[in-house]
Design a protein around this ligand. Structure first.
Ligand SMILES: *[C@@H]1O[C@H](CO)[C@@H](O)[C@H](O)[C@H]1NC(C)=O
Ligand SMILES: *[C@@H]1O[C@H](CO)[C@@H](O)[C@H](O)[C@H]1NC(C)=O
Length: 469
């Protein structure tokens, strides 16, 4: 009897605790709701970035004072457009390097009249800054539907600050030093850029953290990178950067522009591509490139493996195009850098890439699963006798055809063009930059914690705290 009483008593106690908890959580919800309503009615409060709140547009629609023109439902597919401020950098830093002549005081070409051309050949593989700049300029007069970034003229309203320096073609064209000179134009322009940037109010405001600098050629920006490293870099890989100067958290990896033309109307198949494995490139001895030579010796006796030496220069483009379009697999072996344009030539040719490069970073890997259209082999495995050739021969028609079909599906992500189109390389890079904006904001806000005690705008650039090398 007493046991049963005790039981029902504790049951009542349990009930009242449960209802108390319920009441508490209701109160909490009311509190949170009113907090959001309060935020909404005071308009866009300056210290909270509503663009970063989830469904921020959604909330606005339930707030009495919200602007009427808002659509009742938010399109969840639609991504926020990146707002980019671009420095009016003198044209010697960009289009003049392409031999464009400015008219009067004009800094920029009028794209509606004529689009300046980029030097051809191998220069083109690193032309990323050119395509991004063209897209920003075009965002002011043309609506292309798939735009992920627009140019804004007020830097306070920008998410990122773009530095339109064509560093790769600057390296390509101006890095030769004349015997009677101490320095060369490539070095001079970089020093000039550092001088220019460090006095800009935008740079001083952020210390460069929200700046975007393209340095796609592994040797471009070689001098200035050590001073401009707080900025976000757009790179081909991290091979020649210390990890504190550039890394995957801070920076964006962009594809090379393929040198080999796209394979339009490709109706080839497993059986109509007679070459099993194709490689075109130089056999380097330096740096990580020694494995090219090892792999060449392992494969040279195989009849259906084709090795073509030398880089893809003018006359080589035609033979490389044919070779890749007639091959089932295309080898990408690390050279003196982890990445190369070969991967993107293979994708454009729908030749399934076989990647042997342990340190390679791949563009847009947050949304692309490369294992669906590439084959990866660890260097240590590739150097084992017969391993590579047996592995490639074990991939049958069905698996190869799935990868080939996938290549045709993803190739547009690697296409640089003007005008840029929805989902091409240009838009994908803007998208990748957008994904870093919350990280930039966090860094900027954290840097402001003790700003009232700090000296205004430091002039010198400290190296990263754990910098070694
Ligand atoms: C730039 O934007 C900021 C913030 O929106 C605003 O306060 C300022 O007045 C704008 N400046 C100009 C010149 O329009
Ligand atoms: C590809 O096919 C389309 C439609 O059949 C045709 O209009 C186009 O000219 C072809 N392009 C090439 C380069 O063969």
């Amino acid at each position: 009897m007493s046991d049963r009483n005790a039981g029902s008593l504790s049951f009542i106690a349990f009930l009242s605790i449960k209802s108390l908890l319920g009441l508490l959580s209701i109160a909490l919800m009311v509190f949170i709701l009113s907090w959001f309503l309060l935020l909404g009615t005071t308009g866009r409060s300056r210290f909270i970035d509503h663009n970063l709140l989830p469904h921020s547009k959604h909330y606005k629609n339930y707030i009495p004072n919200a602007p009427k023109h808002n659509a009742p439902f938010m399109n969840h597919e639609k991504q926020e457009t990146l707002r980019v401020f671009m420095y009016e950098l003198p044209s010697e830093f960009h289009f003049e390097i392409l031999s464009w002549k400015p008219e009067g005081n004009a800094v920029w070409p009028d794209l509606r009249v004529k689009v300046p051309e980029y030097p051809g050949g191998l220069n083109l593989q690193h032309s990323v800054a050119y395509w991004l700049t063209l897209d920003l300029l075009a965002s002011e007069f043309s609506e292309n539907g798939g735009r992920n970034a627009v140019r804004v003229r007020n830097s306070s309203e920008a998410d990122v600050i773009f530095v339109p320096f064509f560093s790769s073609v600057c390296f390509n064209r101006f890095s030769r030093t004349n015997p009677h000179q101490k320095t060369n134009k490539n070095k001079d322009l970089q020093q000039k850029l550092v001088k220019y940037l460090t006095v800009q109010p935008e740079w001083r405001r952020s210390g460069g953290i929200d700046h975007l600098i393209v340095a796609h050629h592994p040797n471009s920006l070689l001098d200035a990178r050590m001073q401009l490293w707080p900025a976000m870099f757009i790179l081909s890989d991290f091979g020649r950067y210390p990890p504190t100067i550039a890394n995957i958290d801070k920076d964006v990896i962009a594809p090379y522009k393929h040198i080999i033309g796209s394979y339009v109307n490709d109706s080839s198949g497993f059986d109509s591509r007679p070459i099993l494995l194709f490689f075109q490139g130089a056999i380097y001895r330096k740096d990580g490139g020694f494995i090219r030579q090892e792999i060449f010796y392992l494969l040279k006796k195989e009849k259906d493996v084709h090795f073509a030496f030398g880089s893809v220069q003018k006359q080589g483009v035609i033979s490389a195009t044919k070779g890749m379009q007639l091959s089932k697999f295309c080898l990408n072996i690390a050279g003196d850098t982890p990445s190369s344009n070969r991967l993107f030539d293979a994708i454009a040719s729908h030749c399934v890439p076989v990647i042997i490069s342990d340190e390679i970073e791949l563009p847009f890997e947050d949304i692309l699963d490369y294992s669906e259209f590439c084959v990866f082999v660890r260097t240590s495995d590739a150097l084992k006798d017969e391993f590579l050739i047996n592995f490639i021969r074990s991939i049958g028609r069905d698996e190869w055809t799935r990868k080939w079909a996938k290549l045709k599906e993803v190739e547009h992500f690697f296409e640089y063009q003007y005008p840029s189109k929805k989902g091409d390389a240009v838009q994908m890079i803007w998208r990748a930059v957008s994904k870093k904006v919350p990280i930039i904001k966090r860094k900027l806000h954290a840097a402001r914690r003790f700003s009232r005690f700090d000296q205004p705008a430091r002039k010198s650039f400290p190296l990263p705290r754990n910098f070694t090398s």
